[in-house]
Design a protein around this ligand. Sequence first.
Ligand code: TRP
Length: 337
Amino acid sequence: MASERSRVLSGIQPSAGSFHLGNYLGAVRQWVALQDTHDAFYMLADLHAITVPQAPADLRANTRLAAAQILGAGLDPERCTLFVQSHVPEHAELGWVMNCLTGFGEAARMTQFKDKSAKQGTEGTSVGLFTYPVLQVADILLYQAHQVPVGEDQRQHIELTRDLAERFNGRYGETFTVPDAYILKETAKIYDLQEPANKMSKSASSVKGLINLMDEPKVTAKKVKSAVTDTDTVVRYDPVGKPGVSNLLGIYSNLTGASIAELEQKYDGKMYGALKTDLAEVVVDFVTPFRARTQEYLDDPETLDSILAKGAEKARTVAAETLAQVYDKVGFLPAKR
Ligand code: TRP
């Protein structure tokens, strides 16, 4: 029974367009695995996306694109709950209550906010960005999630979630499950093909180092073949001394399940070219069916939208129950029906 499994909730902002390989290996693939062992809720965080400016048509298209890619990656809406955050109004509603429970200084200490707002300047930073972590708290607590699968960079937001859950429970009585962070495997960390000191990221200075899953496979193969390697020619895993080759081995290992040791063996005495040619093929063999499945959903937005509608309905049943308890506990006068 799903309800006997521990519950996970996670979210991803739908604003990026094509996922890159780092998004897939670092998060989405692990979401897919968790749907078989957990009662999983996955959310496209469009409310979070508008904490920075978004062109409306792009946001709408990218939300469908994100959903299609998650389904293309193998998420099965029959085995988990996939929904769009703005389809469940309880997120914004609980978010407000949580804002009123959060200290100003407490929010001001969030390092992700400090980094982003330092880059954008005070006038370029929305209050929404300031309360971003508090909305994330609401996302998690609404579903009484036990675990939150996220990358290391989200740990502080999960700590805030725990603090606010405990604060609310202490002030108003047991209401929320206090969740744990479920930090996704670091082994899946993927680096830029051109600047292997940096994580693979949309915001890289050049797209040459970025494997976008929705790109033409030919383009992707070319990027792999022109990846930066290191000055000697030995295929050996050494992230500090040989970050370029090590990244290629990491990608290879992640996509095929072959261990690093096996790969070192395989390319013993061979040069980088052989590794790159083979890896290009591995990547193409992965992205080709992924793109085809994703495209099927994109070509049929009606089906896609009804999957999301069903997901929102399942999510709302849980979220509404939690919110009703919260409204009662804080002392809101019930609306007469
Ligand atoms: N802040 C998360 C990120 O950038 C996305 C997110 C929004 C999230 N709401 C969430 C993650 C709730 C986990 C749980 O990755």
